[in-house]
Design a protein around this ligand. Structure first.
Ligand SMILES: [Mn+2]
Length: 252
């Protein structure tokens, strides 16, 4: 077996890295520091790293994002240069990640629903927001915000205007009931069926868990990634032998 075959694949999502600023609250910088440690440490031993969306708390265009997150971008670029394949999907916070981000980091974008073989099993990877279909208003916004024309117009707004719009969207989300913020069972069943897989991994809901369900007599597995917070820095590690949750011990 070659060395490449025994290196693990690592998956993570929902880091929600705040834009580093001078005078930030300590827990904000804690997440950014943890990400830099991850890129310089465990990620270097991986074959592939999959970033499944909402890595950045706010990304309102490559022109602003690359300037907002210089250390994080350099960390990803260093990881790519070291020979690790970096793949990413976008989330609802960072769906404006574009070609400039790819050129700067060497990361390659995956479609919103992507099948990858992990630990020998064909697995659907997604951010997960597309499965929260009970939130009808969000799904309408999601469709609108993904149109090329919407994005073309948005990118021509001033930096201040773009940041204001993104800030307003984050505020709006806080007032929604918990129940519609989780995935919809029918949307999950449809995704399994559409992609002909029995395993999926997603984030977005901030409800880390492993769910087993039987669909037409067959067991299906849904693994939900953990969001990052000061007391829980976590990713999934896949090898030929199986998978586990792995992370940093948090500060005392
Ligand atoms: Mn999300």
């Amino acid at each position: 077996m070659s060395l490449a075959d025994i290196r693990p694949d690592l998956l993570l999502a929902d880091l929600h890295l705040p834009i580093p600023q001078t005078g930030v609250v300590p827990e904000a910088s804690f997440l950014n520091e943890a990400f830099l440690r991850f890129c310089a440490g465990p990620a270097r031993g991986a074959r592939r790293v999959f970033l499944l969306g909402d890595i950045f708390e706010s990304w309102v265009g490559d022109d602003l994002g690359l300037a907002d997150y210089p250390r994080e971008i350099a960390a990803l670029a260093g990881l790519s240069r070291s020979g690790v394949e970096v793949r990413y999907q976008t989330g609802n916070r960072d769906f404006m990640l574009g070609d400039g981000f790819e050129r700067a980091t060497g990361a390659h974008r995956l479609p919103d629903e992507h099948i990858e073989t992990l630990g020998g099993v064909a697995t659907l990877l997604a951010h997960g927001d597309q499965f929260c279909t009970d939130d009808v208003g969000y799904q309408r916004w999601r469709r609108f915000s993904r149109y090329r024309l919407s994005q073309w117009i948005f990118l021509r707004l001033s930096a201040a205007r773009r940041r204001r719009i993104a800030g307003g969207l984050r505020e709006g989300k806080r007032n929604k009931p918990e129940s519609i913020m989780d995935v919809n069972a029918a949307a999950i069943a449809n995704a399994f069926k559409r992609h002909h897989v029995t395993c999926m991994i997603h984030g977005h809901t901030h409800r880390p868990a492993e769910h087993s369900l039987i669909l037409q007599g067959v067991r299906h597995e849904r693994i939900v990634l953990a969001d990052w917070r000061p007391e829980r820095i976590e990713w999934l590690r896949f090898t030929a032998e199986g998978w586990s949750r792995e992370g940093f011990a948090t500060s005392p």
